[in-house]
Design a protein around this ligand. Structure first.
Ligand code: HEC
Length: 150
């Protein structure tokens, strides 16, 4: 989608809402992977890289504070090779949770609260010291990351 098209399409679709699960309202955004790519470069590369399965660095400068996020949509949470996760993320990994848009958006907009809720543990916390403040931004990031390498 061209930059102009996405600018035209997005605002109207932002207001689309749907009901999910047990009657909890969750927004559905017309996510824009191009905006997600820009957002990733701006906000995430200080801690994350995108390194493909062959070891080639696609995005980033080698940061190792956070795990490689390439292939995120195809691997269970907390299972990037060679990364040592927090206790809470290891507990999540033991439950084999696959990332999808709602879980990704919930995590990046509040890593600690997300883990506390998923693990039913008020003291659970993430080592990710970063929060995406805008859920529409998080949806764009998911559209970008989940589309890589498919
Ligand atoms: C200040 C460093 C930092 C920044 C900036 C950061 N992260 Fe993270 N991220 C981490 C760390 C550390 C972890 C591992 C968390 C843990 O073990 O609790 C993580 C984990 C994750 C995970 C879980 C990955 C998995 O393997 O299950 C996702 C998804 C994620 N980050 C997305 C993002 C996105 C998207 C951005 C940019 C908007 C971002 N992060 C910015 C440090 C960061």
């Amino acid at each position: 989608m061209s930059g102009l098209m996405s600018k035209l399409v997005r605002p109207a679709a932002l207001f689309a809402m749907t009901m999910m699960g047990a009657g909890v309202a969750a927004p559905v955004f017309a996510a824009d992977p191009e905006a997600g790519a820009r957002s990733f470069a701006r906000q995430c590369t200080s801690c994350h890289v995108l390194r493909d399965d062959g070891g080639r660095m696609l995005v980033g400068t080698g940061a190792r504070t956070g795990p490689n996020l390439f292939g995120l949509a195809r691997r269970p949470a907390g299972t990037a090779e060679g990364f040592v996760y927090s206790t809470a993320m290891q507990q999540l990994a033991a439950r084999t949770m696959l990332w999808d848009e709602p879980s990704f958006v919930a995590f990046v907009t509040g890593p600690g609260p997300f883990l506390q809720q998923r693990l039913s543990d008020r003291r659970a916390n993430s080592r990710m010291a970063f929060v995406v403040s805008n859920p529409a931004d998080a949806a764009d990031l998911w559209a970008y990351l989940s589309g890589l390498g498919n």
